[in-house]
Ligand binder design. Structure first.
Ligand code: FES
Length: 107
C-alpha cells in the first residue's frame, strides 16, 4: 500500500492507503473525500481534480494532452494551480510513498 496525505477543502489533513496499481482517484473516492470520479477515469468529468504538493509535482509523469485539455475545461469553474492534476491519471506505485495532495473545490 502507498500512503498518501490528503488535505480536504476545509483544511483537514488525513492519510489514506492506496493500493499499488490503482489510480489515486479510486482511493480518494472510496475514502469518502469530495472526489467523485464520475466518469470512472476517462478524463471527461474533472470531478477528480487535486492540487499536488509542489514537492511532488515533478515526481509524477507529465500530463497527457487529454488531461491538460480537461483541466483547462474546468478552469472556468474552479481555480487551477500549476500542480493541478486529475487524480484518475495518477497511478499509484511504491515511489509515491508519502505523496501529498489537496482536494480541489468541486466542479
Ligand atoms: S474521474 Fe473523471 S476526469 Fe478523472
Amino acid at each position: 500500500m502507498v500512503a498518501v496525505t490528503v488535505t480536504s477543502e476545509a483544511g483537514a489533513v488525513s492519510t489514506v492507503e492506496a493500493e499499488e496499481g490503482t489510480q489515486l482517484m479510486e482511493t480518494l473516492r472510496d475514502e469518502g473525500t469530495s472526489v467523485q470520479g464520475t466518469c470512472g477515469g476517462m478524463m471527461s468529468c474533472g470531478t477528480c481534480h487535486v492540487y499536488v504538493d509542489p514537492a511532488w509535482a515533478d515526481k509524477l509523469p507529465p500530463k497527457s494532452e487529454d488531461e491538460a485539455a480537461m483541466l483547462e475545461a474546468i478552469g472556468d469553474l474552479v481555480p487551477l494551480r500549476p500542480t493541478s492534476r486529475l487524480s484518475c491519471q495518477i497511478g499509484m506505485h511504491a515511489a509515491l510513498q508519502g505523496l501529498a495532495v489537496e482536494i480541489a473545490p468541486p466542479v
